[in-house]
Design a protein around this ligand. Structure first.
Ligand SMILES: Nc1ncnc2c1ncn2[C@@H]1O[C@H](COP(=O)(O)OP(=O)(O)O)[C@@H](O)[C@H]1O
Ligand SMILES: [Mg+2]
Length: 353
């Protein structure tokens, strides 16, 4: 299987870069919780530079990774930034991004910012719906202008934040449900990164997501902006992958992983028009089950890139250690990061060495 060969090459640091177009803004999205959206957002943030990472999930897990005390620090959130677009009379926010290194020591020296979330985002969907119903009562160009300004509110706010912080790329972590900020994230991003866990529920969520993208009567497509913007999928990241433990079979996926690689590939083949290239093999990358490494990374809010084998701590009274596959996982994460961003030289038109 080509995909497995590539994963082995990634592990050895010998994989050729994927032939993918590159974009500035990605939403990390699938319509299910507990599959690795926030973990991936946090770790990809570490590999990038000049980046803003926006937390648009009302659960605020990503915000917590960046700032454990956000409840006392954060006064202006993504919610405050978006609300004036839907409720008339409120002042617009500026410079909502916060430097990650101010509240997470592991990001010291990084030019990286985060946009904090807020559990008020749970009520944003109904505020958006009310505002859209009112806009639909208008006619002609006024209706188009107001709907566009609502649907592109997050995109426009992110552009302003990027310019104010002199950064150039953006990752948006999203909630497990579609309405509200996730809907706006689809309009704000150039492309989607879709984590799929190796289980049937995640496959079902992927199918639902593709239906949202393709069906003209879906919640996403039925209210269109004037330019008809629909993001494509850059990549499916199959998370929680496991490998065979049979002797001499080190680089063979276990049965469950194999099944979900096949299922995911089938879905990609059938929906290739929704991907950023026409080669299905380009759009699936595997991420191992992190095991103890993941638990330590979360407990310390420390990017996996900075963890070393044997580093340990006691979590819930259980001694936990960074396992020996951490180097493999680091390479997988770095490869995902390398597959989505412009090289600076390529972007500004300089020859790449
Ligand atoms: N590749 C992985 N291997 C093992 N555990 C993972 C992996 N990705 C995420 N997790 C764990 O799964 C749980 C849910 O992950 P999270 O990133 O919060 O998901 P989501 O944002 O999709 O709800 C967390 O406990 C996280 O540590
Ligand atoms: Mg999450």
């Amino acid at each position: 299987m080509d995909i497995i060969d590539r994963q082995n090459a990634i592990e050895l640091g010998e994989a050729e870069a994927l032939d993918l177009p590159k974009f500035d803004t990605y939403a990390i999205c699938n319509l299910r919780g507990g599959i690795g959206k926030t973990t991936l957002s946090f770790n990809l943030a570490y590999y990038a530079d000049r980046i803003i990472v926006a937390d648009t999930c009302p659960q605020c897990n990503l915000t917590w990774f960046f700032d454990h005390d956000y409840l006392s620090h954060v006064s202006v959130s993504v919610y405050d930034m978006l609300l004036p677009h839907f409720v008339p009379g409120l002042g617009f926010a500026t410079r909502v991004s916060r430097s990650i290194s101010a509240t997470n020591q592991y990001f010291e020296g990084k030019n990286a910012f985060f946009l904090p979330s807020d559990n008020q985002l749970y009520i944003l969907p109904s505020q958006i719906t009310t505002a859209i119903v009112q806009a639909e009562r208008m006619t002609g160009s006024q209706q188009t202008r107001i709907l566009d300004s609502m649907l592109f509110s997050l995109r426009d706010e992110l552009r302003r934040e990027l310019s104010e912080t002199k950064t150039e790329r953006c990752l948006i972590d999203t909630s497990p449900f579609f309405s509200g900020a996730t809907h706006l994230a689809w309009h704000a991003c150039d492309a989607l990164i879709v984590p799929v866990r190796t289980d049937q529920q995640s496959i079902n969520s992927l199918t639902l997501l593709l239906r949202m993208l393709s069906d003209p009567s879906s919640e996403f497509r039925k209210i269109c902006p004037s330019n008809g913007h629909t993001p494509k999928i850059q990549m499916i990241v199959l998370t929680h992958c496991g490998w065979s433990t049979v002797k001499n079979a080190r680089n063979v996926p276990n049965k469950q992983t194999k099944i979900y690689i096949e299922k995911t590939l089938d879905i990609i083949r059938q929906n290739i028009v929704h991907f950023t290239t026409d080669n299905p093999d380009n759009h699936i990358l595997l991420l191992d089950d992190f095991l103890g490494t993941g638990r330590i990374s979360s407990a310390k809010s420390k990017p996996i890139a900075l963890l070393n084998v044997g580093e340990g701590m006691t979590i819930n009274r259980v001694r936990t250690e960074v396992n020996s596959s951490v180097e493999k996982v680091k390479r997988q994460l770095k490869y995902i990061s390398d597959s989505i961003w412009w090289e600076r030289e390529a972007k500004i038109g300089l020859p790449v060495e």
